[in-house]
Ligand binder design. Structure first.
Ligand code: ADE
Length: 244
């Protein structure tokens, strides 16, 4: 897979690309990440990429010409183009899976007050990583690149990816490691039992409990299978008992 990031600040990505799973995915040849600097496409004396907004107001707006010339310089036949903005569709794990299937993902990072809205019709999607405003799209593009790259076959162990939060529509169960007793705070007994089936059931029940309390929106969307429905009844009974 190829990921191209359009930005005014390619140096922000140095640590991201040279660390841990992302560095390994690059060295294994699973992904290439390249950059285009909008500034290289600004042709006036001061290489301006922005200007003040029509209609007045604070801040600067990125201009059509350098952004679209930069984009056109890297477009390929089957590429998918996303533009990062707080006004975009909220990003999620399903979109990460969708992006991981493209040969070439192009990500446009905005900066300043945003981009000239005429640029929007030249991209496939506007995407936001959450309901807050960043100073630019660079951190958002790292969030997206990271979540996509780790899904590429060979990036991380397949079973560790399958068990994670959001993969089955539920939050992940709590994890523990050595020691089994940390200053009197003990790991749940079942995890030391060696009984794989009991461990699996306990984890599923904890996932259901967590999702139900922390993310009722996810829980409402999740289709419970027979086993999960039974576990939810158990959780409800336990809660009722605890109230008495
Ligand atoms: N640029 C600024 N804020 C952003 C956000 N929340 N998501 C994506 N891009 C952004």
């Amino acid at each position: 897979m190829r990921i191209t990031i359009l930005t005014l600040f390619p140096e922000m990505f140095d640590g991201f690309l040279s660390t841990s799973i992302i560095a390994r995915a690059i060295s294994r040849g699973l992904v290439t990440v390249d950059f285009v600097n909008y500034r290289d496409f600004a042709h006036d004396t001061y290489r301006h990429v922005d200007d003040s907004p029509f209609g007045g107001g604070a801040g600067m707006v990125m201009k059509c010409q350098p952004v679209l010339d930069a984009l056109n310089s890297v477009k390929t036949e089957n590429c998918h183009i996303i533009l990062l903005t707080p006004t975009g569709t909220q990003y999620g794990q399903a979109m990460a899976h969708n992006y991981a299937a493209y040969d070439h993902l192009i990500i446009l990072c905005g900066h300043y007050e945003g981009m000239d809205a005429r640029i929007y019709s030249h991209v496939d999607e506007l995407v936001s990583i959450g309901d807050y405003v960043l100073t630019g799209g660079e951190l958002a593009s790292m969030v997206i690149a990271d979540s996509v790259i780790r899904l590429l076959h060979g990036s991380i162990k397949e079973d560790s990816a399958n068990d994670e939060s959001y993969e089955n529509g539920l939050l992940e169960y709590p994890q523990y490691t050595q020691p089994a007793d940390y200053e009197g705070d003990k790991v749940p007994e079942v995890l030391l039992s060696g009984d794989h089936e009991k461990v699996r059931k306990w984890r599923l029940k904890e996932s259901l409990k967590l999702t139900r309390t922390k993310r009722p929106d996810l829980f409402a969307r999740h289709q419970l299978n027979k086993e999960e429905q039974k576990l939810v009844y158990q959780i409800e009974d336990e809660e009722a008992d605890n109230k008495q």
